[in-house]
Design a protein around this ligand. Structure first.
Ligand code: IPM
Ligand code: MN
Length: 358
């Protein structure tokens, strides 16, 4: 029987409770599809700061490196909000992405039929469903460029962050976008700010060059402000959206809301090696932590992505997705997605209901 080692980083806030549900689901699906899983728990974010003074202890990174995949909850909370930038919980998240070389972040935004009423968009817009893949560059751009607090020549305090992309960084993410589109509806939209930013003009040139290797995939370009608008008026035009780190951060939150709730959106972060990290797009939601109110479906769907992308267990992955859809069809929903006639259930029960339908 094939055995998979999974590093589990529950993190802060609702992280531990939602991750617990995903672990239950993984156990069940492993039993059903005859493989085994071993979990190696480690700390990241605020809890790691409390225990060790660092948001990403070295042991956590090495646990991840010796695993087949990483399952993560969320990081951050009020308690750590006033710490300096490099020891904030979020630094742990950026550190693990960079430390594992995870430059490609896949954020699928799908409207599930039973959740159409949870979408803030009008029915006529979501009528034919929605299935967008946002591919966000994750280890470059303004998140990782040089940054500093300075004093200007005339003595005024100032700060800067640098948005920088290397050719190879744009090429590799563009390639993955075209590859992904080949498996889908064969359309890539590259999002930039090319009429203002030099780095965007550079990005666009490189994407166009890479596109020549993929004549079967259509390519268009949108400015990020227009893309934000198009996502709410004509979301059906999108198949794969490829963009840099910060634009991808913002657009994926927007895309998540049009599907009903950010509590539904999974993500996969991959690099050149096979090791991948799977985490919900949502944050740690400290206001509802420990209240059994959180929606565990984003991390459960992230576990499904793990089976598909890292372990190539397509059938088991789809079994999880189908079980999630069944729970929703049966009208069982957490508070964040509850439509009019839904029965509102808690985090723990949501995990159990998915397991039952597996
Ligand atoms: C996300 C989050 C992170 C990001 C934060 C927590 C650093 O918003 O995964 O989208 O900006 O990448
Ligand atoms: Mn974000």
């Amino acid at each position: 029987m094939k055995n998979y080692k999974i590093a589990v980083l529950p993190g802060d806030g609702i992280g531990p409770e939602v991750v617990r549900q995903a672990v239950k689901v993984l156990d069940k699906v492993a039993e059903k599809y005859k493989f085994s899983v071993e979990y190696y728990y480690a700390d990241i974010g605020g809890i790691a700061i409390d225990k060790t003074g660092e948001p990403l202890p070295k042991t956590t990174l090495s646990v991840c490196k010796s695993s087949d995949a990483v399952l993560m909850g969320a990081v951050g909370g009020y308690k750590w909000d006033n710490l300096p930038g490099d020891i904030r919980p979020e630094a742990g998240l950026l550190g693990i992405r960079a430390g594992l070389g995870l430059f490609a972040n896949y954020r699928p935004a799908v409207i599930y039929k039973p959740l159409r009423d949870a979408s803030p968009l009008k029915d006529r817009i979501t009528e034919n469903g929605l299935d967008i893949l946002i591919l966000r560059e994750l280890t470059g751009g303004i998140y990782f460029g040089d940054k500093k607090r300075i004093v200007t020549e005339d003595g005024e305090p100032a700060a800067y962050d640098t948005m920088i992309y290397r050719k190879s960084e744009v090429e590799r993410i563009a390639r993955l976008a075209f590859e992904a589109a080949r498996q889908r509806n064969k359309k890539v939209t590259s999002v930039d700010k090319a009429y203002v930013l030099e780095v965007s003009r550079f990005w666009r040139e490189i994407v166009i060059n890479v596109s020549k290797e993929y004549p079967d995939v259509a390519l268009n370009h949108l400015y990020v402000d227009n893309a934000a608008m198009q996502l709410v008026i004509h979301p059906e035009q999108f198949d794969v959206i490829v963009t840099g780190n910060m634009f991808g951060d913002i657009l994926s939150d927007e895309a998540s809301m049009i599907t009903g709730s950010i509590g539904m959106l999974p993500s996969a972060s991959l690099g050149a090696e096979s090791l991948g990290l799977y985490e919900p797009v949502h944050g740690s939601a400290p206001d509802i932590a420990g209240k059994d109110k959180a929606n565990p479906l984003a991390v459960i769907l992230s576990a499904a992505m793990m089976l598909k992308y890292s372990f190539k267990l397509k059938e088991a992955s789809e079994a999880i997705e189908n079980a999630v859809v069944k729970v929703l069809e049966d009208g069982l929903m957490t508070g964040d997605i509850a439509t009019e006639n839904a029965v509102v259930i808690g985090c723990e029960q949501m995990g159990d209901e998915v397991v039952k339908r597996l």
